[in-house]
Design a protein around this ligand. Sequence first.
Ligand code: ITT
Length: 205
Amino acid sequence: MRIVVATKNQGKIKEIKELLGDIEGLEILSMIDFDDLKDVEIEENGATFEENAYIKALFVAKKTGLPALADDSGLEVDVLGGRPGVKSARFGGPGLTDGERNEKLLALLKNVPLKDRTARFKCVMVLVVPPDFERYVTYGVCEGVIVDKPRGTFGFGYDPIFYLPKFGKTMAELTTEEKNAMSHRGKALRTMKEIIKEVLFGKSY
Ligand code: ITT
């Protein structure tokens, strides 16, 4: 049985494969494995994480005829009124590296004391299953604080500046397994894992 993760983000692919990899008989593919998808930029013009995840999953399920799982996620910083939010991947302009994006965000928070730098990662997972393209949705949130200097080399995106007081570490100082155990994506995925097992069990794609 095959499922396609509707993303080209290597960080997401790694975390999703680590968590779903032990479902027996399930082959996990991503857009990168399909010649006609590996260079496609799906237009994410939804107003919410859920809308964008649905747009991505539906597009890939229709293209491949396979069940498609999309993740739409982002960082909400309280003192910035929830920005960058759904625009997290594009924050600061197109073509920036993750490191440059983090620097832009830190510059915006320059004079903000640590106690006011609260933030959260949010993740919405949407599974779309052909032939009827029914949709299943799960959610995950992870609370933290934006530190003033990047720390750690694991993970991706805003992980080096997202500090978890409970662990005394940034998200980029956690292994994939440790991150999955408490992250927004890990939470959304664990619920989705049960749905995948139930909905796809016994079907052949
Ligand atoms: P796809 O749409 O192809 O899945 P993307 O990177 O464009 O990849 P999103 O539109 O969902 O994904 O944007 C999510 C952005 O939010 C992502 O690029 C990161 O900047 C940030 N983000 C999400 N989850 C994160 C995580 O676990 N750690 C660090 N940053 C994260």
